[in-house]
Ligand binder design. Structure first.
Ligand code: NAI
Ligand code: MG
Length: 496
């Protein structure tokens, strides 16, 4: 483990967790990969290996799906009363809170995000998600339906969809696990979770707490491994009733193809290229702060990042100068350094991807008002960047960069900005900054996006549904809407 260059004392539980190779959770037991292989986990602040994790593949996925199948089809989970299921989910939220510092440290080391951010965002939101979802376990109801067909009594039942495969990304590792596991457990499903290969650690620690909370064996199985092997095997497995995926739009399409074999249900939370629209009537200092937070939070590694900034012409110069000034002030460094405001990107691959976009954007005429390059020589750091002189058709304006890079363009009125705001294949989120209530609602109504933030950005809450229009995905996470994606409706009709 190489975390010696850190300024915060590492929690002894974290030391111990990183010190031994981590196995996978199948049927309530921690087991090695069938192949015996492990893969390395890197510290993105240094690029050095921090831990070894069992490398799941097809055989392990098969074992995990079989365990989940047994737990769903005949085990104690199906017989458990809803209130007890809710209590277990609530207890899991409590256990995360009890271990919050340990989780925050694991997350910061594994993903690179500032420890201060993991402490106030990732970990409390993950605990809250389980607490919120625990309440739904007792509230999943059907309807009684008056029929016109004759004298019948008819009702619907909402039943768990079955065995669910869940494939999650690395940008909020624990929180993404919570978003997926919470509703599936509330609905009564069993699960095989595959964390991202870049950041498997917090999900594996969560697996220990799942056992400690008292979930029966096989209800949650956690198989770390690579996407092309373990992930693909899970998406294709015939024993899986539904696959839920968060990640790139490119892989989302592969998931849909893999699911076609047994027509398993699919929900997808994919990429975004969200417009953030500032009108000149707004308090511009607030808009500048908001636009900076919209793109630079979590280093821009947010599917909802406000990566296309559109500012009404008369406020453009002031707002982009303000955002660039904010960008220059951001303290970039190791997530464990208390003064750090932005850590490294998650991996060497993401560093190359993001700097590749910077090079191609700048060579096609984009001008950086701040940043524009890699930061430093060691680790995967990128300078917070504001690009102006961009055109709508440029790659940096159309494609998800997933780094701390915002493009900024001026506009004159609502008629001009609406088609431009909607001019990408994505539709995940949008931001609007204005004091004009009429314009705010007109824009909100016309933007094709699953979430619209007005005078705020990146507000997430377990009760607020989140998901995408267009190629940003299928279905919704959180709120009660998510439960529809983990349940089947059964119509029961009785002749009287
Ligand atoms: P990815 O989509 O390849 O990875 C996400 C998850 O999918 C990981 O668990 C991975 O192991 C798995 N996966 C990869 N290939 C798979 C396959 N063939 N079958 C089943 N599972 C598979 O994303 P990656 O490569 O980490 O990042 C690339 C880009 O994706 C980023 O630059 C960003 O634009 C986007 N992305 C979007 C996220 C979001 O929250 N919507 C999260 C992560 C990445
Ligand atoms: Mg990939």
């Amino acid at each position: 483990m190489t975390v010696s260059d850190t300024a915060v004392t590492i929690d002894p539980a974290v030391q111990q967790f990183l010190g031994e190779p981590r196995n996978m959770l199948i049927d309530g037991k921690w087991v090695e990969a069938a192949s015996g292989k492990t893969f390395p986990v890197y510290n993105p602040a240094t690029g050095q290996i921090m831990a070894q994790v069992a490398e799941g593949d097809q055989e392990d996925i098969h074992r995990a799906v079989s365990a989940a199948r047994r737990a769903f089809d005949g085990g104690p989970w199906r017989k458990m009363i809803p209130s007890e299921r809710g209590r277990l989910i609530h207890r899991l939220g409590d256990l995360i809170e009890a271990h919050r510092e340990e989780f925050a440290q694991l997350e910061s080391l594994d993903n690179g995000k500032p420890l201060t951010v993991a402490r106030v965002a990732d970990i409390p939101l993950a605990a809250d998600l389980f607490h919120y979802m625990s309440g739904w376990a007792t509230k999943i109801e059907g309807n009684t339906i008056p029929l016109s067909a004759g004298t019948y009594f008819a009702y619907t039942l909402r039943e768990p969809i079955g065995v669910v495969g869940q494939i999650i990304p690395w940008n909020f590792p624990l929180l993404m696990a919570a978003w997926k596991l919470g509703p599936a457990l509330a609905a009564g499903c069993t699960i095989v979770l595959k964390p991202a290969e870049q950041t498997p650690l917090s999900a594996l620690r969560l697996g220990e707490l799942i056992s400690e909370a008292g979930f029966p064996d096989g209800v949650v199985n956690i198989v770390p491994g690579y996407g092309e092997t373990a992930g693909a095997a899970l998406a294709a497995h015939d024993g899986v009733d539904k696959v839920a995926f968060t990640g790139s739009t490119e892989v989302g399409k592969l998931i849909v193809q893999a699911a076609a074999g047994n027509l398993k249900k699919v929900s997808l939370e994919l990429g975004g290229k969200s417009p953030n629209i500032v009108l000149s009537d707004m308090d511009l200092d607030v808009a500048i702060q908001g636009a900076s937070f919209a793109i630079f939070f979590n280093h821009g590694q947010c599917c909802s990042a406000g990566s296309r900034l559109y500012v009404e012409k008369k406020a453009f110069d002031r707002v982009v100068a303000g955002v660039a000034e904010q960008a220059k002030k951001i303290k970039v460094g190791s997530g464990f350094e208390p003064s750090t405001q932005m850590g490294p990107l998650v991996s060497d691959e993401q560093l190359r991807r993001v700097t590749g976009y910077l090079e191609s954007g700048i060579s096609s005429g984009a001008r950086p008002l701040s940043g524009g390059h890699r930061h430093g020589e060691q680790g995967y750091f990128v300078e917070p960047t504001v690009l102006v002189d961009v055109r709508q058709e440029m790659n940096v304006v159309q494609e998800e960069i997933f780094g701390p890079v915002v493009t900024a363009m001026p506009f004159t009125d609502l008629d001009e900005i609406l088609p431009v705001a909607n001019d990408t294949v994505y539709g995940l989120a949008a931001g609007i900054w204005t004091r004009d209530i009429s314009k705010a609602h007109q824009l909100a109504a016309h933007v094709r996006a699953g979430t619209v933030w007005i005078n705020c950005y990146n507000v997430f809450d377990a009760a607020l549904p989140f998901g995408g229009y267009k190629q940003s995905g299928w279905g919704r996470e959180m709120g009660h809407e998510v439960l529809e994606h983990y349940t089947e409706v059964k119509s029961v009709c009785i002749g009287l």
